[in-house]
Ligand binder design. Sequence first.
Ligand SMILES: NC(=O)c1ccc[n+]([C@@H]2O[C@H](COP(=O)([O-])OP(=O)(O)OC[C@H]3O[C@@H](n4cnc5c(N)ncnc54)[C@H](OP(=O)(O)O)[C@@H]3O)[C@@H](O)[C@H]2O)c1
Length: 312
Amino acid sequence: MAAPLNICVLGGTGFVGSELVAHWARDGHWLTLPTRNPAREQDLRLFPTVRLLRADIHDPQVLESLVDGMDVVVNLVGILNENGRNTFQKVHADLAAKVVAAMRARQVRRLLHMSALGADRNGPSRYLRSKGEAEEHIRAAAQDLDFTFFRPSVIFGPGDSLTNRFAGLLRLSHGWMPLARSQARFTPIYVGEVVAAFACALRERATFGQTYELGGPQVVTLEELVRLCAQVAGLPCHIVRLPDALGRLQAAVLGLLPGKPMTLDNFRSLTRDSVCGTDGCTQLGLQPHRLLDIMPTYLGTRARPLRFASYP
Ligand SMILES: NC(=O)c1ccc[n+]([C@@H]2O[C@H](COP(=O)([O-])OP(=O)(O)OC[C@H]3O[C@@H](n4cnc5c(N)ncnc54)[C@H](OP(=O)(O)O)[C@@H]3O)[C@@H](O)[C@H]2O)c1
């Protein structure tokens, strides 16, 4: 087995991060996970090689000390909605620039960076523009960094906030769902494959400087995805397709509710299909699962969702 690495995972406590950390903990790597709230992460404490610590990663000095001595830095930090001072600009673009500066200062070269399909400085939403700007900050440091970008479509799996949320909403509304951008298209990818993509890239020099678009084998519309969630969860499903004017209004209203189930910025992201143009999974030697291979294991009526499935 290859020697264990010291890896700092920013955003390692999230949906993708915790699965990735479990996978790398199994392989014996030493993982440093800064978080805003270590007390919330009792499950991750079970891994003997995982160190959770409270840290403000937006403070350049704190970030420098976190990356010091690391073999690899992983940036998974991301938000879908802005909240107070946590803007897309701060959490995506500015943080990426700070990560670059910290790695340069401590001469750490290897960076695995989570972007998103459609990331583009000129994209339709602030989310996609800030993800595009983050990539630009990192690309501009190509001389000093060995970076790899991952651009997934929507990610599903136990604990996701996509299929679980649709199932939850359908349950609450007895199957009725007014849906904006119902024909927007996606290539949903299983979180296990996203983890495998990061794991492939960990030591593989051929991935340096590359961008991998990650999508599953199926292209589905938003409406088809909701119907699949209903089917798997054994729920009724009555979708009301909203024209864009009503969809925008719905997003504006939902964006005012606690938890912001949908916002105008989400609506704008949906105006661009989240479908891969290149096949990053094949490039990395992965064969992604179909939705129905996985969803029944955590959404089905007899499902017993397993967190950290990759940890023995
Ligand atoms: N899930 C998807 O469908 C999807 C699709 C495309 C791209 N992505 C990208 O993949 C990455 C991971 O997504 P995910 O679904 O795992 O997200 P998640 O479950 O929401 O986790 C987000 C992580 O980011 C950290 N974080 C959030 N806001 C922060 C802030 N203001 N300051 C510091 N840390 C902050 C959280 O850390 P603490 O709360 O512990 O501090 C947490 O570890 C993100 O970059 C996301 O944009 C996700």
